[in-house]
Design a binder for this molecule. Structure first.
Ligand code: SF4
Ligand code: F3S
Ligand code: FES
Length: 233
């Protein structure tokens, strides 16, 4: 099939304003949008810039807006979009070049939630035991690949990149509800700050955007509940 691929182009060092460029490409319906971008870069215009690494939905580096919705280009199949595909950078972060955005505010927020295991007890001889039920409590939020598709689809984040955003809260949830971790109180304090969970107005865009199908709004709700009740049950 023939695909018309419209791509957002912007080089702040040269261009006064962004523009779109259109490419006519031969593609298989089972090709991925990432394949189309690679084709443009390899055969039509080597200056096209975008991030990608694993090409298999694991590294989280190629989140972009495809026909208006946040997707991973390596998981987006041509037949799901048809013969006219528009590709733009994710919203709410400064464009560095073409489809590449400045991820610093996103990772700054991620760091704020202490996204690592905290436990000052001496390490046991073998593992720190955890029951199957306790492990299941936070299983969903372990799946995050930090692609930013959720955070950059959230209107509260568009309004201010100081809002921690769904991805950071998902990663806080992963540790807050881990029975082996001792940092929940500290993290919940951060969640309670003015740019924390109160900025989430249950819009659900984040959940719809997540390529890992993490129940993000539910996880944020659980963090809100823990703040209100003071309990991790
Ligand atoms: Fe990406 Fe989902 Fe993690 Fe958000 S929660 S950063 S959408 S994997
Ligand atoms: Fe934003 Fe998701 Fe809440 S889109 S408002 S973080 S439910
Ligand atoms: Fe790694 Fe798409 S290139 S997730």
């Amino acid at each position: 099939m023939q695909v018309t691929l419209k791509v957002f182009r912007y080089n702040p060092e040269k261009d006064k304003k962004p523009r779109y460029e259109t490419y006519k490409l031969e593609a298989e319906p089972t090709d991925r949008v990432l394949d189309l971008l690679e084709k443009v870069k390899g055969y039509e215009d080597g200056t096209l810039s975008f991030r990608r690494s694993c090409a298999h939905g694991v590294c989280g580096s190629d989140a972009m807006r495809i026909n208006g919705s946040n997707k991973l280009a390596c998981k987006a199949l041509v037949h799901d979009f048809g013969s006219k595909i528009t590709v733009e950078p994710i919203l709410g972060l400064r464009v560095i070049k073409d489809l590449i955005v400045d991820m610093k505010p996103f990772f700054d927020n991620f760091r704020k939630v202490l996204p690592y295991f905290i436990n000052d007890d001496p390490a046991p001889e073998k593992e720190r035991y955890q029951s199957r039920e306790d492990r299941e409590r936070f299983d969903d939020t372990t799946k995050c690949i930090l692609c930013a598709a959720c955070t950059t689809s959230c209107p509260s984040f568009w309004a201010s990149d100081e809002y921690l955003g769904p991805a950071a809260i998902v990663n806080a949830h992963r540790f807050i509800f881990d029975s082996r971790d001792q940092g929940a109180a500290e993290r919940l304090k951060i969640m309670n700050e003015v740019m924390g969970v109160s900025r989430c107005h249950t819009v659900f865009n984040c959940t719809l955007a997540c390529p890992r199908e993490i129940q993000i709004t539910k996880a944020i709700g659980e963090v809100k509940k823990a703040l209100m009740t003071g309990s991790l049950e």
